[in-house]
Ligand binder design. Structure first.
Ligand code: NDP
Length: 337
């Protein structure tokens, strides 16, 4: 049983030296547990936070422990009611080939799900995050302008497509012309701007002629700086993530922009609300699943996944997500179906 352990805590950017690949004996399921073989491991930006011991909403991974992560697995053997060998389940069993888990922590995947890995993306945590954050906090109205960055990732792509379903204008921000083209041509964004362009702030202003009513915050940094002056009165900001800062060791250079931010929030009466999806919205998951499955079957939502082969590739896959080198939801294929 290969396992990737957290060996040390990164200062700034993580490296492969922060992880150790080890072999452990195959675990034995106790009563009420199942033995699982990992097929897909989800790679998500929050994993960078778990490598650090700074205070957060969830405890850090202890040094020497298996890295945490969402997984789609096959049941190998079961001592838990309701699970049989061969079942597909989604769980949180981390960066390893095999794991034991109690039945309560697992959700069985329906046989109707053609691509089990989608339970880690559009039909899982990132899709749910986009749905709840946009609809419960952003509340887009027909004709309003919704802006979202990381627009081709699993959260941002879903935000833009739901905004369109609700009749709003969707303006994406992404890294590079290829991602921007995909956001407009395939996902149906009205416009998508490359945050690496030197005149990005002017391009965003031109694309948001009526200002911004909803800014779904995924990245922070210079994207937020460009958004701030464009916010309309009564704008809403679902505060979902700030991936541009996850590898930072201190505050950004330059003048203190806090007074400008607070002045904008006051004068424009902007609502900003942070959320942690399962903590704040767990019971809404079935409603989301039903709605999203319907939109997918009607062809109203597109989904892009990028698979990387082999558990040993997981650290590099995480670095790539933090650097924007992924194109779509990044999933590691750990083993065969
Ligand atoms: P993605 O797969 O979209 O990966 C992150 C993307 O962020 C990169 O691909 C890159 O896209 C973009 N990015 C990285 N650095 C920068 C930068 N400096 N400036 C602008 N963009 C940058 O991630 P997810 O869709 O999984 O997650 C999106 C956000 O949602 C993250 O902040 C994550 O932490 C958050 N999240 C929050 C949850 C919650 O409960 N609050 C739950 C799930 C996710 P590009 O190349 O296009 O710039």
């Amino acid at each position: 049983n290969r396992q990737l352990l957290l060996a040390s805590r990164p200062q700034g950017r993580p490296t492969v030296d922060n992880f150790t690949l080890t072999e452990a004996p195959l675990p034995k399921p106790a009563k009420g547990q199942v033995l699982l073989r990992t097929v897909f491991l989800s790679i998500d930006p929050y994993m960078r936070g778990r490598m650090s011991d700074a205070e957060s909403y969830a405890a850090p991974v202890a040094l020497g422990d298996v890295m945490v992560g969402g997984t789609v697995s096959r049941v190998v053997s079961s001592q838990a009611d309701g699970f049989e060998s061969g079942d597909w389940v989604v769980g949180f069993t981390g960066w390893q080939d095999y794991a034991t888990a109690s039945g309560e922590g697992l959700v069985k995947l329906p046989s109707s799900l053609a691509e089990p890995s989608h339970a880690l993306g559009i039909l899982g945590m990132p899709g749910f995050t986009a749905y709840m954050g946009l609809l419960d906090i952003g509340k887009p109205q027909a004709g309003e302008t919704v802006v979202v960055a990381a627009a081709t990732g699993p959260v941002g792509a879903t935000v833009g497509q739901i905004a369109k379903i609700k009749g709003a204008r969707a303006v994406g921000v992404a890294g590079g012309p290829e991602k921007c083209r995909y956001a407009v041509e395939t996902l149906g964004f009205d416009a998508c701007l490359d945050h690496k362009a030197p005149d990005f702030a002017e391009q965003l202003k031109a694309a948001c002629g009526d200002g911004i009513d909803v800014y779904f915050e995924n990245v922070g940094g210079k994207v937020f700086d460009a958004v701030m002056p464009l916010l309309n009165t009564k704008a809403r900001i679902p505060l979902c993530g700030m991936v541009s800062m996850y590898n930072s060791t201190g505050l950004p250079d330059g003048p203190d922009r806090l007074p400008l931010l607070m002045g904008t929030l006051l004068k424009k009466r902007v609502s900003v609300k942070g959320f942690i999806v399962f903590d704040d919205y767990g019971p809404e998951m079935p409603e989301f699943m039903q709605q999203m499955s319907q939109w997918l079957s009607e062809g109203k939502v597109h989904y892009r996944e990028q698979q990387v082969e082999g558990l040993e590739q997981a650290p590099q896959a995480l670095f790539d997500v933090l650097d924007g080198k992924n194109f779509g939801k990044l999933v590691v294929r750990v083993g065969p179906d």
